[in-house]
Design a protein around this ligand. Structure first.
Ligand code: BG6
Ligand code: MG
Length: 214
């Protein structure tokens, strides 16, 4: 029986996955590095530095650690400028209905995200106080597909892993949920992932009853 649901943030709760893409594309253009939406799919759920390493696979020269640090910061500045435009209207369809339904059913809800910008994003979309706990990129050493971020959320809620359900839009996140021993609903970009217990295009198509019976 599911006792807690852990939501990924970027691409599950809010449309910030598109902002990540725009920030990386601007940086890649400036550096003359080939980058497109297909490569961008590999960045979902992955930390900022690991994302940069994936982008640099297409670079024609090597970069020093200092240059990489500057590039990651530059991308984050582009990304943060876009985050300033966020409002509650950017919450993805179906999220608020599910959060209310889960809370009414006595189910704990958490955020489990690799992003260090998680607190800022939750504040911008008005959900800072809507979760029992938040586990994010500021609190972990290894990002998805490592299960650390989800195991931390479960520990903070004091719910055993096998009673947690993860909601993810990243293949890396679905793998992390599997490795944590948690159930998983895959949506958006991960909607065809065969490792998930349930797949949907959008949370709008999912009911609380479906989730609790997974
Ligand atoms: C994840 C995103 O949620 O956070 C990744 O899916 C991103 O694309 C990662 O790289 C780290 O985000 P941030 O905000 O710390 O740069
Ligand atoms: Mg995501």
């Amino acid at each position: 029986m599911i006792k807690a649901v852990i939501f990924d943030l970027d691409g599950v709760i809010v449309t910030t996955d598109e902002f990540h893409y725009q920030g990386w594309q601007k940086l890649a253009n400036e550096e003359g590095i080939f980058f497109n939406r297909t490569i961008n799919e590999r960045l979902r759920g992955v930390s900022r530095f690991e994302s940069l390493e994936i982008i640099l696979e297409k670079a024609t020269r090597t970069y020093s650690h200092e240059e990489k640090a500057e590039m990651a910061e530059r991308k984050n500045n582009y990304y943060r400028a876009l985050l300033h435009t966020l409002t509650p209207a950017d919450i993805l369809p179906g999220v608020l209905k599910l959060l209310t339904g889960l809370r009414n059913a006595g189910i704990k809800v958490a955020v489990g995200s690799s992003s260090r910008n998680t607190p800022f994003i939750l504040e911008k979309i008005g959900l800072s106080r809507s979760f029992d706990t938040v586990s994010d990129g500021n609190q972990i050493k290894k990002s998805k597909p490592d299960p650390e971020v989800f195991l931390l959320a479960a520990a903070k809620m004091q719910v055993p892993a096998d009673q947690c359900l993860v909601v993810e839009d990243a293949d890396a996140g679905v793998e992390a949920a599997n490795r944590a021993g948690m159930k998983c609903l895959a949506v958006g970009s991960a909607r065809s992932n065969p490792l998930a217990n349930m797949n949907a295009n959008s949370l709008n198509e999912v009911s609380v009853d479906q989730l609790l019976n997974l």
